[in-house]
Ligand binder design. Structure first.
Ligand code: B3K
Ligand code: ZN
Length: 865
């Protein structure tokens, strides 16, 4: 038996073939141990196509002990072993194979497969982690019924969980304990989970629409029991919402969530046993911000919703990832919009899309929501597959309308329950259920790039006709790319801000289906030249080539009845003004129209506090950079700082009044508005305001207020900065989620010494490369949210990131690979920075034993330039 090291190989969608054999049943016995864990598996295998006689099982980093076929032990010459799998000839069309392997979860720092976190065993199998536990057909189109017997020391691991229902518990003769779990639903291996440890549990229950009582359990490290209320409430709300909105009822008798502190991403939807990053479970008002609370609500919902969109109906192969992710993100966005302010939620979702997905779609890592090839599938859990994928589902929902979309979804669930399907089958179900043709809409699945829209308009005073000429281009998709089916939601505003057209059901908004490269649409009988409000609610993930004229933006910013577009107009106006400050060197003031419009916003008493707060915020440095042909790192930072200062000084009385008025209200909207006022006021660097920030920090009763105040101080050199940072550390030293915030505050600070601060923090006793949250809190936060210092002219920021990636390559390749993308944006910067960023990518590519994950990201980022 020899192990051959496989070279990174590209996998193509066009090569998909169903496996000749499938697995129908799996019985696992997992004997947990501090040193060597033994995994015995018995697989019932069955032929499903005539394609050959060989059975291939994936397996990596496993110590194979034995293979038995229908009771006969296989000799080494009867199977082939490589570093990625095991091949043998099938003895019959149906047979049983028994395999014993040994693994060492305690040494697993990749956090994929079975590993240990804070002394507890846990798993992460999506996408291809199960093959690190035992040999298996580790592909989503192999769906089997699992039983899992977990054996272990009863004192160290009193809690032993897996998917499905607990059927049996007991003692073995040698004193060890076991639990036997049976999952009645066939599933792919990526949904397998195991958790074992000495955990505390918080329990509740939910009664389904058909009257079944479901036991709900949240497992946490001991001492955290009092931080689960919000997660539990969110879970119950999600269960109810999915019944009401989509008619989806939960299917097992028990639903479990486990919070672990070492986790590569946010959470994982394993059947009946969701494993979560503790960041998305644990919360108290003293330790978590309002944004954290919202994050928990949406991630709990997301994972729960996967039970139908992902688990009951899963993906045929990993190219179909958006089938479950885009759809489930759309569902969790709908849920959060229903639970909170829908307008604010939509704005936040679009902000996220523009911050992460637009640059990805414009850069070297651009791919369609259904990628055509990959080297490492973990690199394709991207903003494109998730966020743009959700926008695509949202467009289908807009095109079909609520009722028809639901009919399509009902048919999808009915037709494909228990199957592993493709995005094509999903679209077909939407079409058949709604009786709507979506042929052209399918292009969204195969085209990369953000479509660009150019618009000219014309008003004929005599006839009162208004005509829009709309052109779509997608340069990234290539010359011959067919046009997309784009839903355009549009309103027309009169000079007093009123809607001039009745729109759908009197909403003032009309839906137009753009299908051709150039379309002309006319409206008649208008008494004046209207101001168009385009892409209301951000009805399609597109970019407008030119912004509307300034006076139109002011009209929209003051009046648009579509709250998304009202916010959008303010953002566009602010962006224009900031760009002017940057490029027209003489302009050292913000234009009066913007200042005036900002004042009107502050004075508008009709707006919800949360909406007012988000509408007051200026576009971020990265967003402004995206609007420039060459990003002017320092110019952007300075202009933005200047703008905040001007607004803070111009409206100090109004802002102070807002601050005081919303000071003691126990509501998240009031807190955002108050802290937004504090941000502008602090921009003036008036010592009395910094004193006020210090006071807010010291007397805060919740984390939102405390951290908002500290953020204002951290960017200064005021003595209160160090005092409060130290106080914060001492107060929360034992709460790692809060200490993550402490790292992030310093990593994202724009103050001159930030890079030194960050480098020093690498040596802080609380810093570790093995905990993903900690790595994200310092290294990723710096690289993705501190443009001023990451792009420092000296190249020191790039060097800092490069060193970290090389180090992490050997510890946790998934986390290392995720850090590469900021360097992939090199084409957007000046020559000097371009050279330094490319050198950084080259240094990364030279890493000894480079992982496939990092290799794919760095080589694609470098491209051929
Ligand atoms: N499905 C998981 C993500 C798995 C990522 C694997 N690298 C969480 C989610 O999207 O719900
Ligand atoms: Zn998901």
């Amino acid at each position: 038996m020899s192990l051959s090291k496989a070279a990174p190989k590209t996998i193509y969608l066009k090569d998909y073939t169903p496996p000749a054999f499938t697995i129908t049943h799996v019985d696992l016995v997992i004997e947990l141990d501090e040193h060597v864990t033994k995994v015995s598996s018995s697989l019932k295998i069955k032929r499903q196509t005539d394609n050959g006689n060989l059975v291939y099982l994936d397996g990596e980093k496993l110590d194979l002990q034995s293979i038995t076929l229908d009771g006969t032990l296989l000799d080494q010459q009867n199977y082939t072993l490589s570093s990625t799998g095991l091949t043998f000839a099938a003895p019959a069309d149906e047979f049983t194979v028994e395999i014993v392997t040994l693994i060492k979860p305690q040494d697993n720092t990749e956090l994929e497969g079975l590993y240990k976190s804070s002394g507890n065993f846990c798993t992460q199998c999506e996408a291809e982690g199960f093959r690190k536990i035992t040999y298996y057909m580790d592909r989503p189109d192999v769906m089997a019924r699992f039983t899992t017997k977990i054996v272990g020391d009863g004192t160290k691991y009193p809690v032993k969980l897996s998917n499905g229902n607990l059927m049996e518990s007991g003692h073995l003769d040698d004193g060890r304990q076991y639990n036997l779990w049976v999952d009645p639903f066939p599933k792919p291996a990526y949904l397998f989970a195991l958790v074992a440890g000495d955990l505390a549990v918080v329990e509740d229950h939910f009664v389904t629409q058909s009257g079944r009582q479901i036991k709900l359990q949240i497992f946490v490290e001991k001492g955290n029991e009092d931080k689960c209320d919000h997660a539990m409430t969110s879970l119950k709300k999600s269960m109810k919402w999915d019944e009401e909105k989509y008619g989806r009822e939960y299917d097992l008798d028990i639903f479990m969530i486990v919070a672990v502190s070492d986790f590569n991403m946010g959470a994982m939807e394993n059947k009946g046993l969701n494993v979560f990053n503790s960041k998305y479970v644990l919360a108290s008002k003293e330790t978590a911000t309002d944004a954290d609370f919202d994050g928990i609500e949406s991630v709990i919902a997301h994972e729960y919703f996967h039970n139908w969109t992902g688990n009951r109906i899963t993906c045929r192969d990993w190219f179909q990832l958006t089938l479950k992710e885009g759809l489930t993100v759309f569902r969790d966005q709908q849920f959060s919009a229903d639970m909170n302010s829908a307008a604010v939620k939509r704005i936040e979702d679009v902000q996220r899309l523009r911050a992460a997905q637009f640059p990805e779609d414009a850069g070297p890592l651009a791919h369609p929501i259904q990628p055509q090839s990959y080297v490492e599938i973990n690199n394709f859990y991207t903003a494109t597959v998730y966020e743009k994928g959700a926008e695509v589902i949202r467009m289908a929902h807009t095109i079909l309308g609520e009722e028809n979309f639901r009919k399509g979804m009902d048919l999808y669930f009915e037709r494909h329950d228990g199957q592993a399907v493709t995005t094509e089958e999903f679209i077909k179900a939407l079409e058949d259920g709604s009786e709507t043709d979506l042929s052209q809409f399918r292009n969204w699945y195969i085209q990369a790039g953000t479509p660009e829209i150019s618009i000219t308009d014309d008003y004929d005073e005599k006839s009162g006709s208004y005509t829009l000429r709309i052109r779509q281009d997608n340069p990234k998709a290539g010359k011959n790319a067919p046009p997309l089916h784009i839903p355009l939601k549009i309103g027309l505003l009169g000079s007093n801000g009123e809607d001039l057209i009745p729109g759908l059901d009197g909403s003032g908004t009309e839906l137009i289906n753009l299908k051709k490269e150039v379309e002309e649409i006319s409206f008649h009988g208008l008494k004046e030249r209207p101001t168009p409000s385009l892409f209301r609610g951000f009805s399609a993930p597109v970019r407008l080539r030119a912004s509307p004229a300034d006076d139109k933006l002011v009209t929209l910013f003051k009046n648009d009845t579509d709250l998304f577009n009202r916010w959008e107009a303010g953002q566009r106006l602010a962006t224009q003004r900031l760009l002017q400050l940057i490029t027209e060197k003489g302009a050292n003031r913000l234009a009066e129209d913007f200042i005036g419009a900002f004042g009107d916003l502050l004075a508008d008493a009709s707006l919800e506090p949360a909406y007012k707060a988000i509408t007051m915020s200026l576009p971020g440095e990265q967003f402004i950079g995206q609007q420039m042909s060459v990003v002017d790192v320092d110019g952007i930072h300075n202009a933005r700082k200047e703008a905040i200062k001007t607004i803070g000084a111009t409206y100090s009385d109004e802002l102070m009044a807002i601050y005081e008025q919303h000071q003691n209200q126990d509501h998240n909207g009031d807190r955002s508005l108050k802290n937004m006022a504090l941000l502008y006021l602090s921009g003036t660097e008036d010592p009395s305001i910094l004193k006020m920030a210090r006071e807010q920090y010291l007397t805060a009763t919740n984390m939102t207020d405390r951290i908002s105040a500290l953020s204002r101080l951290v960017v200064t050199n005021h003595p209160a900065r160090d005092e409060c940072l130290e106080d914060f550390y001492n107060r929360w030293e034992n709460d790692s989620l809060v200490i993550d915030k402490w790292f992030t505050l310093q990593a994202t600070s724009s103050r001159d010494a930030a890079l030194e601060d960050v480098s020093k923090l690498l040596g802080h006793p609380a810093f570790t490369y093995t905990n993903p949250n900690r790595v994200r809190s310092l290294i990723a936060a710096f690289a993705s949210a501190n443009p001023r210092h990451f792009h420092s002219r000296t190249g020191a920021g790039y060097q800092f990131l490069t060193d970290a990636i090389i180090k992490l390559n050997g510890i946790n390749p998934q986390i290392a690979a995720r850090l590469v993308s900021p360097l992939g944006q090199w084409r957007r910067y000046d020559d000097d920075r371009q050279t330094k960023m490319k050198d950084a990518l080259k240094a990364i590519l030279n890493t000894e034993n480079i992982s496939n994950d990092v290799y794919e990201m760095a080589s694609k980022s470098l491209g051929d330039g």
